[in-house]
Write a protein that binds this ligand. Structure first.
Ligand code: NAP
Length: 290
């Protein structure tokens, strides 16, 4: 029995669909009863912040898909570290033999925000003794689905500090396919997952424009202006500075190469940004059209 955490999220909902289609035995972990019912699959209610609920959810489970939210404006350690370590410990105690974890490309010791947090969790997973598959994705194409996960100006243009650097964004549907392959097959190890091409944000804005039916531009700003934008949205300065520093790394090309891991794990080509736009045309049109 597989336990799927983060089942209502951008990767999890694709994984739930895939496991249902293949008739694989699994249970979704959800925080909210109504969201569980809406998934249309067996589910259990639990919260990473309630260790007893996580321990109970592991009953009868032999494989775990471990995924939850990303970095938040917390003081000190990111909550995901405690949450995911708790889940790993509960899984090992329950006899779970394989854990498939979503991490991030660039996870590194002392890294900022999610990069450091995922590194710490990866080390804990390594020491747990469970068979493990670590999926380290590039940026998600789904960040552009509604515009809520990217910075925009009043005119609905994309604002960033990436310059002309390229990013090999990946579709979360492909991450879910890789997770399915790892959960149901014998792939273990660490895999960097990317899309099949790396695009500039000017190219991304141009492709979004064709779906939205209006011109969307990419506007490059200095890191200081991005910090001010994030602070104006209500985030603490230290968080805004860390986000801007991570964006500056991306501008240096840290996410610009591509890998063959999606094809290696699933046997199919990773989706292009154009495929992503075609698959999500109505949502994108409704969100980006003004
Ligand atoms: N966005 C990117 O470009 C990117 C790139 C690389 C890696 N990542 C990593 O990908 C992971 C997923 O990020 P995402 O933004 O796409 O999130 P997401 O998977 O879309 O949403 C988070 C999921 O976790 C669940 N969740 C959150 N807190 C929980 C808790 N306390 N207990 C139980 N379940 C909880 C949420 O449930 P509810 O429905 O109840 O909220 C939701 O299903 C993160 O670790 C992030 O660091 C993101």
């Amino acid at each position: 029995m597989i336990l799927v955490t983060g089942a209502t999220g951008s990767i999890g909902r694709h994984l739930v669909r895939r496991l249902r289609e293949r008739d694989v035995a699994f249970t979704a972990l959800v925080r909210d009863e109504a969201k569980g019912a809406a998934l249309g699959c067996p589910y259990v209610v639990g919260d990473f912040d309630d260790p007893d609920s996580i321990a109970a959810a592991m009953t009868g489970v032999d494989r775990l898909f471990l995924n939850a939210g990303g970095a938040v404006p917390a003081e000190g350690e990111q909550p995901m570290v405690r949450q995911q370590m708790t889940a790993i410990d509960a899984a090992v105690r329950a006899g779970v033999s394989r854990i498939v974890k979503i991490s991030v490309w660039g996870a590194t010791e002392d890294g900022l925000l999610a990069e450091g947090a995922h590194w710490t969790i990866e080390q804990h997973l390594k020491e747990s003794g469970a068979d493990r598959t670590v999926l380290r994705p590039s940026g998600f194409m789904q960040n552009f689905l509604t515009g809520a996960a990217v910075f925009t100006d009043d005119a609905g243009n994309i604002v960033g500090t990436y310059g002309d650097s390229r990013v090999s964004y990946i579709d979360c549907a492909d991450i879910a396919a890789c997770a399915e392959a790892a959960l149901t097959g014998s792939h273990t190890g660490t895999f960097v997952l990317t899309g099949p091409q790396a695009l500039t944000h000017t190219e991304i804005a141009a492709q979004l424009s064709t779906v939205a039916g209006r011109e969307i531009r990419y506007i490059d700003v200095p890191p200081k202006r991005l910090v001010a934008t994030i602070v104006a949205l209500g985030a603490p300065t230290h968080f805004a500075e860390d986000v801007a520093a991570l964006c500056a790394n991306v501008a240096d090309g840290t996410l610009s190469t591509t890998t063959t891991a999606v094809t290696d794990l699933t046997g199919h080509q990773a989706k292009t940004f154009a495929d992503f736009l075609a698959d999500n045309r109505e949502t994108i049109r409704a969100s980006w059209t003004r």
